[in-house]
Design a protein around this ligand. Structure first.
Ligand SMILES: Cc1cc2nc3c(=O)[nH]c(=O)nc-3n(C[C@H](O)[C@H](O)[C@H](O)COP(=O)(O)O)c2cc1C
Length: 234
């Protein structure tokens, strides 16, 4: 496999790893050991959504910073992109986030309706990876969530053409002011280009960091109506 990679410029290893990134630490000194308890395969829930629910609740209760932040990866026409989005709901059907459907991610998902989500809960030495297909949530779900957002966020989503190049910040502020003046006290209508996307999982992996980099990995694979669980090498 490695034979296929293009070589990258040769940087002396000392320059890469010895760099003092802050007044205190080099990158190499950031290395931490994971001494967490392992993943007990016998106590994994047969349903990965239930298992996710248990881990997510623990992440919230443990004070993990922004536990609903997930990195969404999309790919189309040979390009791969990743960015953070917020989980706004999950159920047996999948994991929901909201976005501008005409953004770069929206265009990529339209061309290739597949996506991957990664949660990193570093404080717990845990990672969850979801892979699957994408589907739009219902208009009603998007309307309900849009209506629940603060007015400022509604105006921003309505005025901003996410991912497009703009001249300066003032341009954006002016678009919001104009829209706000136009709407007066009336409600902000949800733009048709803004809505919810659900990632329908075909696999979900639970990763638990362990000592000496011998981590535990449990991957659920969709199998007919159910799921099968396999253990992966770290
Ligand atoms: C913590 C965090 C949460 C974010 N949540 C969202 C979100 O829920 N929806 C969204 O469209 N963008 C969100 N963003 C912004 C995206 O990362 C990204 O900049 C934007 O969606 C444009 O991405 P694109 O050009 O690849 O489409 C978030 C950024 C951060 C750092």
């Amino acid at each position: 496999m490695t034979g296929g990679y293009a070589p990258s410029p040769d940087v002396p290893i000392g320059r890469l790893y010895g760099v003092r990134m802050s007044r205190h630490l080099t990158i190499e000194e950031l290395r931490s050991e994971y001494e967490s308890e392992g993943l007990d395969f016998s106590s994994l829930d047969p349903d990965p959504i239930e298992q996710f629910s248990t881990w997510f609740a623990l992440a919230i209760d443990s004070g993990v910073v922004a536990p609903n932040t997930m990195v969404l990866a999309t790919a189309a026409q040979g390009a791969v992109s990743a960015r953070a989005v917020l989980l706004k709901g999950f159920d047996a059907a999948g994991f929901v986030f909201f976005t501008n459907l005409e953004s770069d991610k929206g265009i990529q998902m339209l061309a290739n309706p597949r996506a991957a989500l990664t949660f990193v809960w570093a404080e717990l030495h845990r990672q969850v990876r979801v892979e699957g297909t994408v589907a739009m949530v219902s208009e009603r779900e998007s309307d309900d969530y849009f209506a629940s957002r603060p007015r400022g966020a509604q105006l921003a989503s309505a005025a901003s053409r996410q991912s497009r190049v703009i001249g300066d910040r003032r341009e954006l502020e002016r678009a919001i002011e104009e829209l706000a003046a136009e709407l007066g006290d009336g409600p902000v209508p949800r733009p048709a280009r803004w809505g919810g996307v659900r990632v329908l999982p075909t696999s979900i992996e639970f990763w638990q960091g362990r000592g000496h980099r011998l981590h535990d990995r449990a991957r659920y694979i969709k199998d007919g109506d159910g799921w099968r669980i396999e253990r992966l090498a770290p």
